[in-house]
Structures are given as C-alpha cells and as structure tokens.
Design a protein. Structure first.
Length: 309
C-alpha cells in the first residue's frame, strides 16, 4: 500500500513516482509535450544504433507533431499510473536527451508489478549512466510512496551488456521474506516464478530469486524428524504395527505425488494427478466395493456380482 509523501510537489499523484528525479550526473524528467523536440533529436542521432533493436514503426512515428501528441498521452498515462517514462539528460546539459527508461504495464492489486525498458545514446554507452538511472528508478518504484513489489525486464541475449546492466541496477529486497518451511519448499515453485538468467534482481550465486529461500536449515530437519518419530510412535502405541505400515505408505505416496505435481514436466504432473485420483478412489470407495476389489487382486479374476445387489 503506497504511503503519502511528506514533501510532495503540487502536481504529485498519490501512488506514482515523482516526475523529476535526480542522480549524481543525471536529470530524469517524465514525459511532457515540451520534450518532443529533444526526443526527436535523440532518436535521429541514434537511428543506426537502435536499428537492430527497435521494432518496426510507422514512417511518421518520430515526426515532431506525432511525437508531441504521443508524449501528451504518456503524460496522462503517468498520472493514471499505467506507464512511467523518464527522459534522461546530463545535469550540465538539460536540453539534450541522452536516454530514456520506463516502467510500463504497471499492475496493482496483489501483483504490484511493472516491466522495465530503457535505451541510451550511443556516445554515452560504457560510462555507467544507465546503471545510475535504473538504480534511481527502481529505488523510486520500491519506495513506500509507490510500493511496487517486483520489476521485470526482458532482454535480448545477443545484447551482451544488457543483462549485466540490468543486474547491476538491482537493489536489496526491502521486505525480507522468512525461509519457507521444509514441507512448503518444493511446492513453492510454480511455473510463473521461473526466472531468466537476465532477470532484474537475479543472483546466480544464490540459485535465482527462490534459491536463498530453498536452502534447507539444520533446525528444520531436526524438527521434521522429531515430528515424524512422534507420529509413528503414537500410531504404533494406539493401533499397532499394521497401522504404522499403512501410515508410512500413505505419507510416502503423498510425498511422491506432491513431488510429481511440483515438477515442470507435463507428463510428471499428469502422472501425479492420476496417482492422486487413484489414492482418493481407493480410500473413498464404499466398503463393499473395497472388499470386491481386494478379492479381485487376490484371485486374479473379477468377482461375480450378485444380481440382487
């Protein structure tokens, strides 16, 4: 939940980042129609530099009036909280745009997410300016006033500096999460949590975003073993050794089924689902049909049904 700022400017919208950000070397200004000429100049200077990466656009996309109208729409979208685009200039040359970075596709609710995009003037590559801008932008996005939970970035693998730049701009997590209990770690890997090598915030040494949470703690092993021993002992004292065997079989089957369901492989998940249905059917079927099933297993032939039934 965004927290109100103490020193908000007059045009500030709650839940949005500030429209003017500053770093040690840069001015970062939100889209306004007045920046149209500088934006067109920035693009025209870098046509060849961006040609390999830019999508195909209409021929008039960077004409002055078209750009001015587009920046007006972006200004409204900034206030609406759907896209936050910033045009970068050196502090000593504010009239010359040298880059752009943006958080787009902003999603609120429980997801609190945005997509990161950026580009930089060819003459400024290698000076650390984009890392400086991205760190400021991500700090602002994760601040209490904006309160995003995650920023995602899609990169081109053949653009070698891009993953390093995105990774260098990451900031420490502001809401440290406790380690997941042992019994939840394998199930905490749904397909939508998979992370690319180039994703913002990834730490390869820690095994990705989920890696640090999934390291087993010695205390968890001791507690888990103690609980299992207590349950097995209690079952033996109350119901005898036969119940212990049934309990262990049920636990091992459940663990195997959960392991299959947590896999990324479609075939493994299908097998886990079928096993789960078989176990449920075995335990939920009426006692009469259960006896018939056991007789079938024992005799090797289906039992004869009584017409009176």
């Amino acid at each position: 939940m965004p927290v109100p700022r103490d020193d908000s400017p007059a045009d500030y919208r709650p839940g949005s980042p500030l429209k003017l950000l500053r770093t040690e070397r840069l001015l970062m200004r939100a889209s306004v129609p007045a920046l149209a000429e500088a934006a067109v100049d920035y693009q025209s200077r870098n046509l060849a530099h961006f040609a390999r990466w830019d999508p195909t656009r209409p021929a008039n996309h960077w004409e002055l009036e078209v750009t001015r109208a587009r920046l007006a729409r972006e200004e409204a979208a900034f206030d609406a909280g759907t896209i936050w685009r910033y045009w970068l200039s050196l502090a000593e040359a504010p009239g010359r745009v040298i880059g752009v970075c943006a958080l787009s596709d902003v999603v609120r609710g429980v997801f609190q997410s945005a997509m990161l995009g950026y580009s930089l003037d060819e003459d400024c590559v290698g000076a650390g300016l984009m890392q400086e801008a991205l760190k400021q932008l991500i700090d602002e996005a994760f601040s209490p006033a904006v309160s995003l939970h995650r920023v995602q970035a899609s990169v081109r693998p053949e653009n070698a500096p891009q993953p390093a730049r995105a990774g260098a701009a990451r900031v420490p997590a502001r809401r440290p999460q406790p380690a997941l209990p042992v019994h939840r770690r394998r199930m905490a890997r749904p397909r939508d949590l998979r992370v690319d090598q180039s994703a913002v915030g990834r730490d390869p040494a820690a095994g990705g975003l989920m890696g640090a949470r999934m390291k087993q703690q010695p205390g968890d092993v001791v507690i888990g073993a103690g609980v299992v021993a207590a349950v097995v002992t209690l079952t033996y004292l109350v119901s005898g050794p036969g119940a212990v065997v049934g309990l262990l079989w049920t636990v091992l089957t459940a663990k195997f089924v959960l392991h299959l369901l947590s896999r990324d492989d479609e075939g493994a998940r299908l097998l886990g689902t079928l096993l789960l249905l078989a176990v449920l059917l075995r335990h939920l079927m009426p006692r009469r049909y259960k006896r018939m099933f056991e007789q079938w297993q024992r005799d090797g032939a289906p039992p004869k049904l009584d017409p009176a039934d």
